[in-house]
Design a protein around this ligand. Structure first.
Ligand code: ADP
Ligand code: DP6
Ligand code: CO
Length: 325
């Protein structure tokens, strides 16, 4: 009754931003991501006879409150599916990624938790079923089941049975690099869940966001297939800016950006003007992810590290899907 799994985070090139069903975590739009080898979570789950409730340790700290309830509610579904509603577990998870800071810890966290829990409770699942199960913990997590480039198909069914991730191209398809620029590892004030809810409910820009997705998606998939870096970068950067614009039109308005976020965006655009192919994207947080090709690694690293307010730069290559340890 015990198992451990490892899952990497992923960075969305076409963002998931908004749910049509909050309880089943069904998105308004398809999204597309790249799994990253530089950030991951390992999670060990052990079901024990003597427990009357789950115990969840994150980075060696016993977790209580909302974070704990999110994990137990997630395990409830798996217990039900396995026909073991009274089985409780001790869970030890380690994030090799800042938690709740816009580096997608919810993606690697719930993908690793789903895989380890299903195995520990002896629930046989294929990758598609695992992706659906994982989605209930955090939407973006359903993409971390697979390595490389991954699309999350929003599905059309009300029960969510057709809303899961599908692999588009494996990690070894293309050596594209992602530099995660760390300004702040502090937990965000507006969690992704709350930020997208407020946007869907109140932002007058939200319908335009949803309308823009099909064209972006078709074009970026073509760019990935043909390894057209310029095309992929232009679309990813524009898609990110459009997502963040929706937050400014929410009520009350908000933004995940800080002043250093702007400095990095400017530096990327300056590099581009100087002839270096490089693009940025930003998730729900102030930190920036910079996309480039291997031959630009030194230029990119040294430029980013020279920006005041930048604490660190972590370079990722395309990463693998979930694995068992
Ligand atoms: P992020 O940008 O890190 O994905 P989110 O706001 O999407 O931020 O989610 C952060 C939340 O994800 C945390 O508050 C916690 O509830 C959950 N989480 C993060 N890491 C783990 C983990 N290893 N196991 C379970 N839940 C996790
Ligand atoms: C901006 O998957 O963290 O990073 O489904 O509520 O857990 P929940 O939200 P989450 O949202 C991620 C939002 C994003 C874009 C993306 O990863 O696609
Ligand atoms: Co998240």
């Amino acid at each position: 009754m015990k198992a451990a799994a490892k899952a990497h985070t992923n960075i969305a090139l076409i963002k998931y931003w908004g749910k049509r069903d909050e309880s089943l975590i069904l998105p308004m739009n398809n999204s597309l991501s790249l799994t990253l080898d530089g950030f991951y979570t390992t999670t060990a789950v052990e079901f024990q006879e003597n427990l009357t409730a789950d115990r969840f340790y994150l980075n060696d700290r016993l977790v209580e409150g909302a974070e704990y309830r999110r994990v137990t509610a997630f395990l409830d579904r798996i217990r039900q599916a396995a026909g073991r509603p009274d089985a409780f577990a001790e869970i030890h998870s380690t994030n090799h990624v800042p938690t709740a800071a816009g580096f997608a810890s919810s993606a690697s966290g719930f993908a690793a938790l789903a895989a380890a829990t299903a195995k520990a409770i002896d629930l046989p699942v294929n990758e598609q079923q695992l992706s659906i199960m994982t989605r209930h913990g955090s939407g973006s997590a359903c993409r971390s089941i697979y390595g490389g480039f991954v699309e999350w198909e929003k599905g059309i069914k009300a029960d969510g049975s057709d809303s899961y991730a599908v692999p588009i191209a494996p990690a070894d398809h293309w050596d594209i690099r992602v530099a995660a620029v760390i300004l702040s590892s502090a937990e965000k004030k507006v969690l992704s869940r709350e930020g997208m809810r407020r946007t869907v409910e109140t932002s007058s820009y939200y319908p335009a966001w949803v309308d823009s997705i099909p064209d972006d998606l078709a074009a970026i998939k073509d760019g990935i297939a043909h390894k057209d870096f310029e095309k992929v970068g232009v679309i990813a950067e524009a898609n990110c800016l459009r997502m963040h614009a929706t937050t400014l039109a929410a009520s009350p308005p908000f933004s995940y950006w800080q002043s250093t976020t702007f400095s990095i965006m400017e530096a990327v655009q300056d590099l581009r003007e100087a002839g270096v192919p490089v693009f940025f994207t930003i998730d729900a947080g102030p930190n920036v992810k910079v996309l480039y090709l291997p031959e630009q690694e030194e230029t990119i690293r040294s430029t980013l590290l020279g920006i005041p307010g930048v604490h660190d730069v972590t370079v990722s290559r395309p990463g693998q899907g979930v694995s068992y340890i």
